[in-house]
Design a protein around this ligand. Structure first.
Ligand code: PEP
Ligand code: MG
Length: 752
């Protein structure tokens, strides 16, 4: 015991060799080439502090320390670390470490440089990541140095940060131990990182970045690496971008030195064969762990080594941020869906003209309608005269992932058919000509879907059933917080009431059922809250049978939402029948959500209708949108008199009705703010009341896609947040961060 070679351990040995050691051992077992090395196990450390009598002294110091008092904490840490480093290592342990190091040297035929890395036994546990808490020493050479650094790693179990962290997380000091990995350093000619699958979409595309020399230069961002993408399904390289690598880092006499590369810097780093070999190694690791991996690799003397592998949780890698060079601005509006789109302008003023939009064109229109979706899918960008961040064009473009600028006021007049333009969907600008894209590369933490678990659920909004499967896979959201059915209904061409008049109600029910099923199935068993039809008259007028839609001076305040559904009971019943069919098939993950509620009677009547259509309300969620100040103010009456299981804030409407700001009117867009104290007060009031009665709270308005807003809601105690597909990940990160912060604040309030 004491010293174990890496190939003697595996993933079940975390308690003995720590997370890092166990992971490296596991890789070796799989036949993955890992630099050779050994581990000084955690028992050795225990033996050391117990045998030397240090343990009691350490615990005594820790018992007395107030971790919230920084100077006390630092003092305690210093005392403990000095004690550990001063007390000589028992001879037999020292000899065992030296012997193992000598063996490494013998195998290499020279005295080797090693990395001495802490591997805490509580490290890499899902509930408490200790990563980075303890120390690592690089370029260590010579027996005495190795022994010295092992002791330094041991003592780093007691840095102020590590002590504080353990107290906050509720770990007992006596239960954590530390192992130390001693591993041969690779003096690489080439190195880099690889994501075994696409880090954002999860597609089977391996992404490799490579530079000459040591890997440090890539991680720090000092050298722009070559970028390769390898399609693992088609088994071919699909992208090769060779960058100019100005210099490389290399190790000389134990020191890292910078070498200018000159002409060599322009050469491609990895050959096709090397890429294939690397991808194969990555596949073995991914397959073994059942999850895409973020792998660090290095090549020394032509041999590939895997230096580290961990699940892709946060990519400490790079994210491309779109930007363009300076240009002439033609129109300005609101950046409604991020990204850069370049193409030929096609102005579409009425639905007959949509056929003129071809792949890659920029679709310019007053406001998009559901008939335009096929054309929108082909467009490289979308620009509208009207609308705000919650208009049809904005919602659909975000869902389709196409850059969009809305509410320009004059795009259909200023832009002309055939013009080439560049659309910046982040900044809300349309430029003349095809501008060069500047890919700003930022080092940013982007977490991939499956890894962050938040107590507050993070869901997604859907309005196009066809994208549900893709969105479910890419976002791994905790369910659908809003399934808008308007889009589905509007794309039927025939007005719901027309189906009913034509005696074709079953056809309508079937169409609804098929559309809903795509979403409910894609997310099963996660909840999908289906919102009943919220049909504003202006949007439904262009449908066949929509001629009778009343002309209203302000459709936003008119005949829409639940008030309309109850007057046109037949289509509401049709929706219930479609939902019933799903429940009968076992999809009890559906929930029913009523839009634009203002009265108790509305909810009561809707419930009666649902029951009459056979919906088992005791088995599924039934709730309302809180979109009007009226609803927010009478929420207690609604809960008491009707019985609902959840509410969801429709902040798009709640804001417009609270502030008297038409959400689609660009003239007053500057006054539109979900963060207005009046809106926030209504939200807080509703959350508090709902908590009292055990009613779940959620948000599905656009504000839920704003990480800052999401943070406020978590503080208020909301149960879930539903964001646009493009925002789920951002929101999830913000939620995770604020939840941790709240916990820390609470912990700090307690005295240890
Ligand atoms: C809202 O009002 O916030 C909402 C989500 O509903 P819609 O945008 O469909 O009106
Ligand atoms: Mg609404």
């Amino acid at each position: 015991m004491g010293v174990l070679w890496l190939d003697e351990v595996d993933k079940d040995d975390v308690s003995l060799v720590g997370g890092k050691g166990a992971n490296l051992g596991e890789l070796l077992r799989l036949g993955i080439p890992v630099p050779e090395g050994f581990v000084v196990d955690a028992n050795t450390f225990k033996q050391f502090i117990e045998g030397t009598g240090l343990k009691d002294k350490i615990m005594e110091i820790l018992d007395d320390v107030d971790v919230n008092n920084m100077s006390e904490l630092e003092e305690a840490s210093k005392k403990i670390r000095e004690m550990i480093e001063k007390v000589p290592m028992p001879k037999e342990i020292e000899e065992e470490i030296k012997k193992a190091y000598r063996q490494l040297c013998e195998e290499a035929g020279e005295e080797v440089y090693v990395a001495v890395r802490s591997s805490a036994t509580a490290e890499d546990l899902p509930s408490a990541s200790f990563a980075g808490q303890q120390e690592t020493y690089l370029n260590v050479k010579g027996e005495d140095e190795v022994v010295d650094k092992v002791k330094k790693c041991w003592s780093s179990l007691y840095t102020p940060r590590a002590i504080f962290y353990r107290v906050q997380q509720g770990f007992r000091h006596e239960n954590v131990s530390i192992a130390v990995v001693v591993q041969k350093m690779v003096n690489s000619e080439k190195s880099g990182v690889m994501f075994t699958s696409h880090p954002v979409t999860g597609e089977k595309i391996a992404i490799i970045e490579a530079i000459f020399g040591l890997g440090e230069a890539i991680v720090s961002g000092a050298v722009t690496p070559d970028h390769y993408e390898y399609d693992r399904i088609q088994r071919k390289l699909i992208k090769v971008q060779v960058a100019y690598k100005k210099f490389m880092l290399t190790r000389q006499d134990g020191k890292t030195v910078k070498v200018e590369l000159g002409e060599k810097g322009k050469e491609r780093v990895l050959s096709e064969k090397e890429i294939e070999e690397l991808v194969k190694l990555g596949e073995v690791i991914e397959e073994h762990y059942g999850h895409p991996q973020d792998v660090e690799w290095a090549v020394e003397k032509g041999k590939i080594y895997i230096v580290q592998s961990r699940p892709i949780t946060t990519i400490k890698g790079k994210v491309e941020v779109s930007d363009v060079e300076e240009g002439e601005i033609l129109v300005k509006g609101l950046g409604a869906s991020p990204g850069i789109g370049i193409g030929k302008v096609k102005i579409v003023l009425n639905p007959d003209e949509i056929n003129k939009v071809e792949e890659g064109d920029v679709l310019v229109t007053t406001m998009t309608t559901p008939d335009m979706v096929p054309a929108m899918r082909m467009a490289s960008a979308i620009v509208t005269d009207e609308g705000g961040l919650t208009c049809h064009a904005a919602i659909v473009s975000r869902e389709l992932g196409i850059p969009a600028v809305v509410g320009t006021g004059n795009a259909t007049k200023v832009l002309k058919d055939g013009m080439i333009v560049t659309v910046d969907g982040d900044k809300g600008l349309v430029y003349k000509g095809a501008l060069k894209e500047k890919k700003k590369v930022e080092v940013k933490a982007v977490a991939i879907a499956p890894q962050i678990i938040t107590a507050t659920e993070v869901k997604v909004n859907i309005s196009i059933p066809d994208v549900a499967e893709k969105v479910a896979k890419e976002t791994n959201a905790d369910g659908v917080g809003l399934l808008r059915i308007e889009h589905m209904v509007l794309s039927l061409k025939k007005h719901p009431m027309k189906y009913i008049k034509d005696g074709e109600i079953d056809v309508y029910v079937d169409k609804l059922y098929k559309g809903l099923k795509k979403v409910v199935k894609a997310f099963y068993p996660k909840p999908v809250w289906i919102r009943t039809l919220d049909a504003p008259t202006d949007e439904f007028r262009s449908m066949e049978g929509g001629e009778d839609e009343p002309i209203e001076s302000n459709p936003m305040l008119g005949y829409r939402g639940i008030r309309r559904d109850l007057r046109e009971e037949e289509h509401f019943r049709a929706e219930m029948r479609a939902i019933k069919k799903l429940i009968d098939e076992g999809y009890t993950n559906v929930g029913i959500m009523l839009p634009l509620v203002t009265r108790v009677e509305e909810v009561k009547r809707a419930k009666e209708l649902a029951l009459e259509e056979g919906i088992p309300l005791d088995r599924i969620d039934f709730g309302i949108m809180v979109e009007t100040p009226a609803c927010a103010l009478i929420i207690e009456d609604i809960i008491k008199e009707c019985g609902i299981t959840f509410i969801s804030f429709g902040t798009n409407d709640l804001t417009q009705y609270t502030l008297a700001v038409d959400r689609n009117n660009e003239n007053v867009a500057y006054l539109y703010s979900e963060k207005h104290p009046a809106v926030l007060k209504l939200i807080e009031h509703v959350i508090n009341v709902c908590k009292k009665y055990g009613v779940k709270t959620s948000i599905c308005g656009q504000a839920g896609s704003d990480p800052k807003f999401a943070e406020m809601l978590v503080r208020m105690g909301i149960d879930s947040i539903s964001a646009n597909p493009d925002a789920v990940q951002r929101v999830r990160e913000a939620v995770a961060r604020i939840e941790k912060k709240i916990m820390l604040e609470k912990l700090r309030e307690l005295k240890f």
